[in-house]
Design a protein around this ligand. Structure first.
Ligand code: ITT
Ligand code: NA
Length: 186
């Protein structure tokens, strides 16, 4: 069975493929079809987006909406993560946090799945902190070079895609999705 993944972000597809490896009988196919990103929570964006794409292709499809939430900035950039990454970037975000003791942050992702009958959402989160400096070994994307997961001493961008994908918000959400698919087959 083919699962269509509608996203304009190739990094997400690369990670999803690593995460879903070994799921027998399912194949992920990247759909580069854009969908309207309404202003709302990750849950609302995923729900509306996945229905929109389903109505275009009439096949089981997923979308994934994510954000990076910084506690001392009241959750900013959150649902504005894409725009803020493109406009401010990591350097300016670190400046905003320059004198801040509380560096807690988390990634959250919501996968929306729709097959014409069942509409499901799967959530994944990972908690950690914002690093003092940008740190990368060339892996990852966007906020990865300023995020250190709890219990680790490296940023996501210092981990290989496989290492990140063992613990990431995306992994947790995709594993829930994977269990759902497996229970459907039985
Ligand atoms: P879609 O086409 O799938 O919507 P997108 O890049 O717009 O791709 P999102 O709206 O879900 O994706 O994500 C918002 C932003 O959050 C994204 O552009 C990145 O800047 C950031 N982001 C999401 N997942 C991330 C991750 O695993 N590591 C670092 N940054 C991430
Ligand atoms: Na998006």
């Amino acid at each position: 069975m083919k699962i269509y993944f509608a996203t304009g972000n190739q990094n997400k597809v690369n990670e999803a493929n690593i995460i879903l490896k070994g799921l027998e009988g399912y194949e992920l196919e990247h759909l580069k079809i854009p969908y309207a990103e309404i202003q709302g929570t990750l849950e609302e964006v995923s729900k509306v987006g996945v229905k929109e794409i389903y109505n275009k292709i009439k096949k089981p499809v997923i979308v994934e909406d994510s954000g990076f939430f910084i506690e001392s900035l009241n959750g900013f950039p959150g649902t504005y993560s894409k725009y803020v990454q493109e406009t401010l970037g990591n350097e300016k975000i670190l400046k905003l946090l320059k004198d801040e003791e509380n560096r807690k942050a988390y990634f959250k992702t919501i996968i929306g799945y729709f097959d014409g009958i069942d509409l499901k959402l799967f959530r994944g989160e990972i908690f950690g902190s914002v690093s003092k400096e940008i740190k990368t070994s060339g892996f990852g994307f966007a906020y990865d070079s300023i995020f250190i997961p709890e219990g680790q001493n490296k940023t996501f961008a210092e981990m290989t895609t496989k290492e990140k994908s063992d613990i990431s918000h995306r992994k947790l959400a995709f594993y829930k999705f994977k269990s759902y698919l497996e229970s459907k087959v039985k």
